[in-house]
Design a protein around this ligand. Sequence first.
Ligand code: GLC
Length: 423
Amino acid sequence: MFRTKALLFGGAVLMAGSLASQARAEEISISCGALGIELQLCQDGVTRWSEKTGHTVKVVSTPNSATERLALYQQILAAGAGDIDVLQVDVIWPGILGEHLIDLSPYAGDAPKAHFQAIVDNNTVDGELKAMPWFTDAGVLFYRKDLLAKYGRAAPSTWAEMAETARIVQDGERAAGGDGLWGYVFQGRVYEGLTCNGLEWLDSYGAGTIVDAEGEVTVDNPAAVAALTEAAGWIGTISPQGVLNYTEEEARGVFQSGNAVFMRNWPYAWALAQSDDSPVKDKVGVVALPMGGEAGHHTGTLGGWNLAVSKYSAHPEIAADLVMFLTSAEEQKRRAIEGSYNPTVAALYEDAEVLAAVPFFGDLYDTFTNAVARPSRATGAKYNRVSAAFAETVHEVLNGKAEAAPALAELADTLAGLKRRGW
Ligand code: GLC
C-alpha cells in the first residue's frame, strides 16, 4: 500500500560539519512530518544537533495524513525493523505504539518538568515515558479580516453566525465576480483529521467525546445529532463538495490562495499564511472555534506531536539524545517563531519574541490548554478503530448518505461491539 522504500530512503542525508566528540560517529534516522515548511524546520534542528555531536541523520518524510502515517509506522514496527530510530508520534498514539517505544525517562532527567504536565502524562504508559512532547496544537478558526470588515461582520461566536457570515460574504463576492470564493473549508476526508473536526462540533454542543473517560460510549445523544446535522448543512452551500476529500493541506491551499472566508486548521497554517508570497498575508485573523449555539462553548481538539525512540533502534542512546535536543526550549522557540508550532514548554507562552511572531498563542492560551482530548486513553490500542468508525459515520452524514440520528445510533452499536471485545 505504501511505497515504504521510497519514503524511507528518499530523505536527505545531513552530513555532520565537524566531529565535536571523540565518540564514534553513527548514522541514525528520524521521521518528520512534511506539512508546509515542517520538514525543513525538522532538518534545520537536526543539522544543529549533527554539528554538535558529529552524528549524521537521515531525515525521512512521512505521509501528511496522520492515518496513513500511523499505518506506515505500524508496518515498520510490527516487522521489528530499525529503519527509523526517532519517530514523530501523534498525541493519540502512545497507547497504540507504546509497546514498540523505549522508556525515555533515563535520558530525560528533569526536562519533562518544563513541559505541560497533561502532555507528559498522556505520553506516559505504565509508568514509562514513551515520547517527549515536541509541539502541541488545537483546532482554531482562521478568518479573512479584510472580508469581514468589508461586510461589517464580527468574527463569529457560534457556528450559526459563522455560516451566516460565510454566506453573506460568499454571495457578495460572487455577485461582484469573485467566483472562486467559498465560505468555509475544513478537513472532511475520512481520516484522523475528520475525527478532530467532528469531535469539535460535538464538544462545542456539549455532546461529549464519543467515548467518555471511563470508556462508556456516549456518542448517540441529541446534541451530537444537532451538531452533525448543522455541519451537513454546510456542504454544497458554504463549503465546496470537495471539502469531503480535504486534509489540512487542501484546506490551507484554498484559504491561502484567497478562496475561502473561514478555515478550520491547526496553528501551523498561520506562519504559512503570513509568509511573504502568501496572497492573504496580513489579512488573516485567528479565533477560537465557534460555540454550538448559545448554550455551547468554544473548543478545539487537542492535537500535537511528540518524539519517541523505536525499540528496534540500533543506537537508542544517540537517538534519545537527538530527541532531547529537538524537544528543548531553544528548539521549540525557533519552531514557534519560524513555523507557528505551539511549544509544549509552558514558559515560552510568555516569551516576547514568540508572542510577537504568533500573537494568538497568547490570546488563545486557554484554548490550547483546555483543548478537548480524543478518547485515545480510554480506548487504548482500539483507538484507531474507534476513530475510523466515527470519521466514517460523520462523512456519511456530511455527504447526505445518512441522517445524523440513525447514523449515530448505529455507530454507538459498532463502538459497543468493539468495547465488548475489550479496551
Ligand atoms: C494534526 C494534529 C494531530 C492530528 C492530526 C489529524 O497533525 O496535531 O494530533 O491527529 O492533525 O489530521
